[in-house]
Design a binder for this molecule. Structure first.
Ligand code: NAD
Ligand code: DAU
Length: 349
């Protein structure tokens, strides 16, 4: 078993839930969390486990080759779970190079450092690359993404993730580096940075600010509760087959507009507002460039082969999420001060 595990991006949204699950569930593992603490990384997300005996936080950038090589030489990680990335599509449209540098070159640096310590003798080692369904492009009205769907990335973010997936597979094919990849649909839950649809809209509803709906709002996403993603990563890490890919999804498609109306109703209820009040904030704005129309995942392989399925219904997950954001006002206030204001101005005017 792999006992010394490097998790990258563990101060971010999904990474923090993965780190917590591994630190708590596997006291026999030594978990190292490597994160550059960009705008999206926040040590508050994992404050509850920072003193655990089997946990070490390392601040560092996966773009820094020398630093990464030294870190791997020092600790000789037996497994890597790689989540660190630039993750927001809108930012990839305005600043594509950040995505190429972190998501493509950063992943290459990790692969090279992993090869460097094991010299292509990989008994019981694993490189787990966490990816996205956006690599498959957009679906029409019907159909689902399976593990054999052709790659057709449409945004710089999606292209950077697709490139990193290809790199990981090429290292497996060329050097025998053992890997698994998972491609997941849209996550929601506690600690998601309020640039993504659900936390952004919760924040705006709370503050009576306009809810910017891109285009006609009839875009479809397949939503999965973040803890169910973390559980899937645990299953795939322990039971996944070398060189295999697993799609992870919530079997839970929503058009943006339907989801936004649901959010508005739930928030009216929680904020003691008359039903229909928050929906008045809905404002149609210019569409996202190259906006993918529909994503939906076929997660049957993961279900049949590894027995995973979501543990939380959308109703339960969304309720927990709204309650978390309302109870953690100081978290939301701290991440929306400073640089967030400039981002908001640039993005939404
Ligand atoms: P996030 O933006 O919330 O967190 C990313 C983390 O990576 C942050 O803590 C950040 O500080 C860190 N990071 C960024 N650049 C770094 C660098 N150069 N060096 C070291 N650390 C760096 O992202 P997320 O939503 O938690 O996504 C995590 C992973 O899951 C990403 O690889 C993303 O592509 C993938 N994913 C996300 C979703 C989703 O819905 N959010 C769905 C499927 C897959
Ligand atoms: O599918 C997985 C992907 O899901 C992950 O790989 C990405 O890291 C993650 O950001 C997410 O990408 P999306 O672009 O689907 O998520 P986002 O929350 O940005 O947008 C969801 C939908 O809502 C999308 O159709 C765009 C729309 N939207 C988003 C924002 C931020 C709006 O209409 N208005 C907005 O202000």
């Amino acid at each position: 078993m792999n006992n010394k595990i490097l998790i990258t991006g563990g101060a971010g949204f999904i990474g923090s839930h993965v780190v917590r699950l591994f630190v708590k569930k596997y006291p026999e593992y030594q978990i190292f969390n490597l994160d550059a603490l960009t705008y999206a990384g926040n040590l508050e997300n994992i404050k509850d486990i920072e003193k655990a005996n089997n946990y070490t936080f390392v601040k560092g950038d996966i773009k820094n080759i020398e630093f990464i090589n030294n870190l791997f030489q020092k600790h000789r990680f037996e497994a890597v779970i790689h989540l660190a990335a630039e993750s927001h599509v809108d930012r990839s449209i305005t600043h594509p190079n950040d995505f190429i540098e972190t998501n493509v070159l950063g992943t290459a640096n990790l692969l090279n450092a992993f090869r460097g310590i094991w010299q292509d003798n990989y008994n019981d080692k694993l490189f787990y690359h966490v990816s996205t369904d956006e690599v498959y492009g957009s679906l029409g009205k019907t159909g689902l993404f399976t593990e054999t769907t052709s790659y057709d990335p449409q945004s710089p973010y999606a292209a950077s993730k697709a490139s990193s997936d290809h790199l990981v597979r090429s290292y497996g094919n060329t050097y025998g580096l053992p890997y698994v990849i998972s491609n997941c649909s849209n996550n929601y839950g506690a600690n998601q940075f309020p640039e993504k649809l659900i936390p952004l809209f919760i924040h705006n509803i709370k503050n009576n600010k306009a809810l910017p709906v891109y285009g006609d709002g009839n875009y479809t996403r397949d939503w999965l509760y973040v803890i169910d993603h973390a559980i899937a990563i645990d299953e795939i890490f322990h039971k996944g087959i070398n060189t295999e890919t697993y799609n992870i999804g919530g079997f839970n498609e929503w058009t943006n507009l339907n989801l936004i109306h649901l959010l508005c109703d739930l928030m009216d209820d929680r904020l003691d507002r008359e039903k229909g009040t928050s929906a008045k904030l809905i404002t149609f704005v210019k569409d996202r460039a190259g906006h993918d129309r529909r994503y939906a995942i076929d997660a049957n392989k993961l279900n049949k082969e590894l027995g995973w399925k979501p543990t939380v219904t959308f109703e339960e997950g969304l309720a927990k999420t709204l309650d978390w954001y309302l109870e953690n006002e100081s978290w939301l206030n701290s991440v929306t001060s400073g640089a967030y204001q400039a981002y908001y101005e640039e993005m939404y005017g």
